[in-house]
Write a protein that binds this ligand. Structure first.
Ligand code: PEP
Ligand code: MN
Length: 342
């Protein structure tokens, strides 16, 4: 529920309501608006039976949150969630770019890709060590060895590391190497994994499932948040439709809608959404125009020899060009493009 305070409510009155809610086991978030303060509260309403919160001094009204998701809802927390990691920032009007190969193949290739994306202005490097492949006969990733390569990339370049964790049992291990833990599209409703991720401290990049509704996607974020980790970045990566000319169908309305329904940062992955490197730049620009807080782009030094997702990977040169264009669109829509690492 939302406790709406009167415009002239005092700080002491806000504190008293907050204290009452906390005492009854509620999770509370206070948002101080220009006009008035609102208090988002999640908990067992029956605990308040017989106590009239509305009668407390300074309270104007109590409004229930009708949506199935609560902690992720913008009603609960009107201001954007900002996730800061070193000099990177997701949310709050900044554009952040995560780039790198689909999979970690060799240390040399990973390092080459990392140097290239850093030179183009990305602050975060991606690459899968555990790969969720449709076929069990496809390359499954280097596993632990891939993680140690990622660690060396971070040491060498200073880039932050984003990599996928597929199994709840690997959360601790992958967390030792990664700055942001990615939940792949196929795992979006792996509730054990989501809960486990909610109990650790790293931000979670949550991909939308190929057939998930927007509500299911946000509820997946709610699973992570309900365990105590509020740092969730939503990632739209295309959904399955009847269309075969593209690998998936990029749902840009989901980006604008998720920004309205939730306070979480939303990034777009035009690489998996289209499956075609020629479509990556136009869709990346459209994503920024639609309100995305960032991008996830697959970049490979030689896409033609990539062990996975070569057809959708940009060369370093194409990625550099994309970054220049993204910067222009970002400033056109009033987003900030912060100082990049050299
Ligand atoms: C990936 O990011 O490499 C990946 C496997 O993406 P998705 O889970 O969106 O298919
Ligand atoms: Mn991929």
């Amino acid at each position: 529920m939302i406790v709406v305070m009167e415009p002239r409510a005092t700080a002491g009155q806000v504190e008293a309501v907050k204290a009452r809610l906390l005492k009854e086991g509620f999770r509370v978030h206070v948002s101080e608006g220009v006009e008035r303060t609102i208090i988002g509260a999640i908990g067992d309403k029956t605990r308040l039976a017989g106590q009239s919160l509305e009668a407390m001094p300074g309270v104007e009204k109590i409004v229930p949150i009708l949506k199935p998701f609560k902690l992720a809802a913008r009603e609960f927390k009107p201001e954007d969630t900002i996730i800061s990691l070193g000099t990177a920032q997701f949310g709050g009007g900044v554009i952040e770019v995560i780039a790198g190969p689909c999979a970690i193949e060799t240390e040399e290739l990973a390092m080459e890709a990392a140097m290239a994306v850093k030179a183009a202005g990305a602050k975060l490097f991606r690459g899968g060590a555990f790969k969720p492949r449709t076929s069990p006969y496809s390359f499954q990733g280097l596993g632990k060895e891939g993680l140690t390569i990622l660690k060396r990339v971070r040491e060498e370049t200073g880039l932050l590391i984003v990599t996928e964790v597929m199994d709840a049992r690997d959360v601790e291990l992958v967390g030792e190497y990664a700055d942001i833990l990615q939940v792949g599209a196929r795992n979006m409703q792996n509730f054990f994994l989501l809960r486990e991720l909610g109990q650790q401290r790293h931000p979670v990049l949550l991909k939308r499932g190929p057939s998930a509704t927007i509500e299911e996607w946000i509820l997946a974020a709610e699973y992570v948040m309900s365990e105590g980790n509020n740092n969730v970045i939503l990632c739209e990566r295309g959904i399955r439709t009847f269309e075969n000319y593209t690998r998936n169908t990029l749902d840009l309305s989901a980006v604008a809608l998720a920004k309205q329904l939730t306070h979480l940062p939303v990034v777009v992955d035009p690489s998996h959404a289209t499956g075609n490197w020629r479509l990556v730049t136009p869709m990346a620009l459209a994503a920024i125009a639609a309100g995305a807080d960032g991008l996830l782009i697959e970049v490979h030094p030689s896409p033609e020899t990539a062990w996975s997702d070569g057809p959708q990977s940009l060369t370093p040169k194409h990625f550099q060009d994309l970054m220049v264009k993204v910067r222009d669109v970002a400033s056109a829509v009033g987003k900030r493009w912060r100082e990049r690492v050299k």
